[in-house]
Design a protein around this ligand. Structure first.
Ligand code: SF4
Length: 132
């Protein structure tokens, strides 16, 4: 019976020497994402037509129409990592104000910060698996 109780290595938390961003680095990189990569919207929602100014701006920056801009989310971006073990790492970073009401947290591998699945930025790229 004990064998079935064994947890895979790391299940109960990763050793602290396992590399990941720090809270300070996350804060700095979040600010860069907002300033330089148009990360947003500030108050994301599933409400159709909401945050028009943001999505019109994103569409312009990404040279697509507003409808396509609204289909892009961190959660369907090539750089979004919300795998099980990444979530264990993310738990080291306390929830920020910007995390509230923006969906689940994931790690943005492009801009190296904790992003939220209801937001997006202009570095968004379609996942390779979806392009096959
Ligand atoms: S690059 Fe992708 S995962 Fe990172 S913030 Fe932009 S949309 Fe989100």
């Amino acid at each position: 019976m004990d064998k079935f109780m064994m947890m895979p290595k790391g299940f109960m938390g990763l050793p602290m020497d396992e590399g990941f961003i720090t809270t300070a680095e996350n804060k700095k990189n979040y600010a860069i994402a907002v300033q330089d990569w148009n990360y947003g919207p500030e108050v994301p929602t599933n409400e159709p037509g909401a945050n028009k100014e943001f999505y019109v701006g994103l569409a312009e920056a990404m040279q697509c129409d507003e409808k396509d801009a609204r289909r892009k989310h961190c959660s369907n971006c090539e750089y979004y990592d919300n795998t099980f073990m990444t979530q264990v790492r993310i738990e080291r970073i306390p929830l920020a104000t910007y995390d509230k009401g923006a969906g689940f947290r994931g790690h943005c591998e492009k801009l190296n910060f904790i992003c939220n699945d209801m937001r997006v930025c202009q570095a968004w790229e379609e996942r390779e698996s979806e392009m096959d």
